[in-house]
Design a protein around this ligand. Structure first.
Ligand code: PRX
Length: 670
């Protein structure tokens, strides 16, 4: 059975904002790719009525093929094959195709590293398309020299440096399957992902910089490679080589025969590396993401469909023009970094900016300093960052000239209308349209979004579907609900960038996405459609939380907590948080004889950080003598959610929450 969910209720504050409509600025609409609602509707209808014709045209116009496809779509739910019979290469489409054009000498990547302190600039590097092509070819040959072949899995565990993009593109060039692991994840998470993907090589760095300290990535890899499962087997025994980028000059351990330095390896290879001709459905990457049960699942994306989705959405949603300086602030460890820092912008020949550090280091004006310095025209960031900027105050953006900005975007979680308005006024000076883009790791690219030259926007809604996307809001039986009622968001039709599976687990793929509502893809999100047909995403309705734009499965945090020797049982729920959207609250029962104390609370938080990564650290840990359960023994999460959301945290952490009465009452009601 898929996750049990219930329809979300309608949020009154968003309803109040529904009547505030901001038409696209006139100046904008004049030059945009899609200039009016009529134009959007015409193309949208074509994409729904004649999807194969529509996608065939896009694939022909947007991508460079080595061999044309035989069929546009072969669809046998839940398996889709897009552009079967065709051959192409993602890296070729991102780099080589621009080489004999004026784009060759344009900046492909502009990178700024984290600065050492206030007033100091970060390290800077710019790569033109020609230069990036050369670096990627060199590194692709390094991969080959280290035994990587077509189909092999490669783990990329790097800081936000240009080398992260180069490593991804180099894998794509030779047909290896990359799996980027966010640098904030723990050794255990790295080991789990190596085990699941059976990867052959890890690419990492001696360290990355984050808020002035060094993140010891190589040390985590060393630890990961030494971790064993319960039966005593090494988790990462498939790893043959570790390629290490020198970034921080941090002292590290080098294991002869296994570990090699990136900068030394490139000296031993040629810069000539033709791009492999790959079938359309060749796996491109696996990206692990949290679900409502068990360990993170490896979402699989393939070559042609993913690339087309990434390229087309980047072009239309951000309305790219050749002169744009485009900045998506996501880390490449997340899907947004894949589609909208690397593949989408480069396939379009855009200039993509990458920044290594945090938005408030060394000072809270870091982003605005960068916008002014490079003349950023398009900024794509997360609501959680916007809420933090609001808290830090307008004096930080006001210190800088933000007049280069022409378009603002958000992604990752529902944006509250207040944050949307702040973004519009303080950052966009009421001049820039805002694209609130809804999508997921699984969708590969943006699914519901305004098109900036066409769609009137309203604060708090992702508005209307992108081409080829058929969303619907349904009840528990899968029937469409009337406008303005809450329901589950599903997608009715296959789309090119859709996930092709969960790596190594076809049954879970069917169960998670294709069983909740028969015949369509279940997103896990709750939603409401307003009178104009706009989609208002309410948030997750399964046991997945969205904490500061990061997806975290409650089951994962619970199993991390119970892996601590002092913990008997744990239940994790979300509560709303002004800054992070949602915060993690853990209810924990300790083993007999262990006393609750501030010390053990901190120890448990650190334990979760060690097991998963700092992003999953519970915000509150509340101790309980027992957890409220139904008579059949299920933890009553709904009750815990209410308690977590409503109750103040008791100052005295040694006080145990007594759920025994509540549990008895609830069980009696059953
Ligand atoms: O709940 C939705 C939320 O983020 C989830 C997907 O998370 P992830 O796979 O990590 O990808 C994040 C970046 C694409 C969704 O199920 N979400 C994402 N964008 C929005 C959103 N919720 C509301 N509005 C959005 N614009």
């Amino acid at each position: 059975m898929a996750t049990t969910t219930s329809a979300p209720s309608v949020n009154i504050t968003t309803v109040l904002h529904e009547n505030r409509v901001f038409p696209p600025p006139k100046s904008f609409a004049k030059a945009a790719w899609i200039k009016s609602m009529a134009e959007y509707k015409k193309l949208y209808h074509e994409s729904i009525r004649q999807p194969e014709k529509f996608w065939a045209r896009q694939a022909k116009e947007e991508l460079v093929w080595f061999k044309p496809w035989k069929s546009v779509l072969q669809w046998k739910l839940p398996q889709a094959k897009w552009f079967a019979g065709g051959q192409l290469n993602v890296c070729y489409n991102c780099l080589d195709r621009h080489l004999n054009t004026p784009t060759a000498n344009k900046a492909a990547l502009i990178w700024e590293g984290e600065p050492a302190g206030p007033g100091t600039p970060g390290e800077e590097r710019t790569y033109t398309y020609k230069q990036l092509h050369r670096e990627v070819c060199l590194f692709a040959n390094v991969l080959k020299r280290n035994g990587v072949q077509k189909g092999d899995r490669v783990i990329i565990y790097l800081p936000m440096t240009p080398e992260a993009a180069m490593a991804m593109l180099a894998c794509a060039r030779i047909g290896a399957v990359h799996s980027v692991v966010f640098g904030g994840f723990s050794a255990q998470s790295v080991a789990d992902r190596i085990f699941d993907s059976q990867a052959k090589v890890v690419i990492t760095a001696d360290g990355g910089f984050r808020r002035g300290s060094v993140v010891p990535l190589k040390k985590s890899v060393d630890d990961a490679l030494a971790l064993k499962d319960a039966a005593g087997n090494l988790l990462a025994k498939t790893i043959e080589k570790v390629i290490v980028l020198r970034r921080s000059n941090h002292e590290i351990h080098i294991q002869e025969g296994r570990d090699v330095w990136w900068h030394r390896e490139v000296q031993n290879v040629e810069a000539d590396c033709p791009a492999e001709k790959l079938e359309s459905e060749t796996p491109l990457f696996i990206l692990y993401t949290s679900g409502s049960t068990g360990k993170p699942k490896g979402i699989l994306h393939t070559t042609a469909g993913y690339l087309l989705q990434a390229k087309l959405t980047t072009k239309y949603v951000f309305d790219l023009r050749p002169e744009d300086v485009y900045w998506c602030t996501a880390d490449v460890g997340w899907v947004t970094g894949h589609s909208y820092v690397v593949y989408g912008p480069l396939a379009n020949g855009a200039t993509s900016l990458m920044y290594e550090g945090a938005p408030n280091y060394p000072e809270p004006d870091r982003f605005w300093r960068i916008v002014a310095k490079y003349g950023v025209t398009i900024l794509y960031t997360a609501p959680t960052a916007i809420r933090a900027f609001m808290k830090w105050g307008p004096q930080w953006p006001d210190k800088h000239d933000l007049s280069s900005l022409r378009l603002l975007g958000t992604v990752g979680e529902p944006i509250n209308p207040e944050a949307w308005m702040w973004y519009r006024e303080v950052i966009g000076h009421k001049r820039c349209p805002i694209v609130d883009t809804w999508w997921q790791t699984e969708t590969g690219g943006i699914m519901i979004t305004p098109l900036p030259g066409a769609t009137p926007t309203k604060p708090g809604t992702a508005t209307l579907p992108f081409f080829g996307v058929v969303p619907e809001v349904v009840d528990d039986q899968g029937h469409p609900v009337p406008k303005n009622s809450g329901g589950k968001l599903v997608l009715r039709r296959p789309w090119p960038g859709m996930l092709r599976g969960i790596w190594g687990d076809p049954a879970r793929f069917v169960q998670t996405y294709w069983s909740e509502v028969p015949g369509c893809y279940f997103t896990g999100d709750g939603c409401r459609q307003d009178k104009d047909g706009y989609y208002w995403i309410v948030g997750r309705i399964d046991d997945v939380l969205n904490v500061a734009g990061h997806r975290i499965g409650t089951a994962e945090v619970e199993s991390a907590l119970v892996s601590h020797p002092n913990v008997a049982e744990a239940a994790v729920v979300g509560r709303s948080d002004d800054l992070k959207g949602q915060a993690l609250v853990a209810f924990v029962t300790l083993k007999t004889g262990i006393l609750a104390s501030p010390g053990i609370r901190e120890e448990l938080r650190l334990h979760v950080a060690r097991e998963i990564g700092p992003v999953a650290k519970p915000d509150d840990i509340r101790f309980a003598e027992m957890l409220p359960k139904t008579r059949s023994g299920k933890i009553m999460r709904r009750l815990l959610k209410q308690i977590a959301g409503g109750g103040e945290i008791k100052g005295d952490t040694t006080t145990l929450e007594d759920f025994s009465v509540l549990a008895r009452l609830a069980a009696a009601e059953e």
